[in-house]
Design a protein around this ligand. Sequence first.
Ligand code: AMP
Ligand code: GLY
Length: 441
Amino acid sequence: MKILVIGSGAREHALCWRLHQSQSVWGLFCAPGNPGIAQIANTVPIAMSDASALIDFAKKNAIDLTVVGPDDPLAAGIVDQFQDAGLKIFGPTRAAAQLEASKWFAKEVMRSAGVPTAESAIFTEVEAARKYVREHGVPIVVKADGLALGKGVTVCADIAIADAAIVDALERKRFGESGARIVIEKFLAGEEVTLFALCDGTDAVPFGLFQDHKRIHDGDVGPNTGGMGAYSPLPQFATDVEARAMREIIVPTVAAMKARGTPFKGLLYAGLMVDGTDIKVVEFNARFGDPECEPLMMRFDGDLAQTLLAAVEGQVMNANVALSPRSAVTVILASDGYPGEYRKGVPIFGLEKVEGDTPSELKVKWAMKKIRVKVFHAGTALKDGKIVTAGGRVLAVTASAPVLPAAVEAAYEAAALIDFEGKQMRTDIARRALVRSPETI
Ligand code: AMP
Ligand code: GLY
């Protein structure tokens, strides 16, 4: 197969890395890609938003399957356009991608399907929203209805913060049209996990359980980011969490989407809050999560192109979604200032120490312990032949090992070898699992 991947981050690098190793793939393209992706795929300088140029490219190059990474092109209807042009593409249609692009749409689907989620209401007027907050009390969560680059959610510890979030979205238009409607919902206590389900419009199969680390600083403090690290599997949870979430959440959601005439094909990302035996939906995304996709690609060693094609062709029940029992951990190296303003163009040093051919004691140690280390590029660029920073999240340093502690140790050993001015990372990725379940790992 000839495959085209759309996107330019670490998620797309991880997808390309696995596709590159798929037996059925003999041509791999990525638009627009990044310098890491360029080492294994042909990068194509077409913007992700330029659907007609992408369709042209796919036709001219006889692409067998296109795989969409990010949410924006999905919400804009890239899948519908490819399908109209007679091309195969992995991802939901514009109507189905509303599960991510409109929080209220997701709430309505969940309500109709009986899927557990926080009680909520939608508002366009400041006064009505303020009244709801006072009736329900704090903590409470205020969310822009539409896509807001992960910044549209405010968890409000007191009424003043809630009022400010309401005014910010509805009056100051901080999120533009995305925040013209806000959803206000009950605060859910518990531990967050991410479940991936591969869906073909009718059926769904689980494709990994992960824990992301959304806050910028250790101990889950500071502002929300796109995700500062992730790992899988999660030894601290009962083995039935995944099966229950499939049964209570994914299966009814996929059935409700089909019944509405907007069947969901692609990767359904369920952000879940687990509190004892209680599992509730925090959010749906209509795509692979980033960084969750990076540990997934380390644990999945099947032919990814065949697996994704099975979903496109309505054959998900026959797809290979088996994951290795190994543990995988991703630590994100981010630019100084992220998730706020940050510099770009800062030189990155030490990548060759992790991935080059030069032998080192660490590499010998990793080999002896059956550890695999891979650095996925998130926001990098080439400047005068050198790799420099080009985004808030810069690199996704990923390791897999037979047991979680070894994977964590190796990811941090590799992260320490790489340096750039202003590098910031969390030092506690996967700590919850390490602390809570030493007997099981
Ligand atoms: P979302 O974009 O909906 O995933 O929200 C971003 C983050 O805000 C989530 O990952 C949670 O950490 C937090 N969050 C969202 N909704 C709730 C809620 N109802 N209760 C507690 N935390 C929430
Ligand atoms: N890791 C969170 C996301 O992809 O939305």
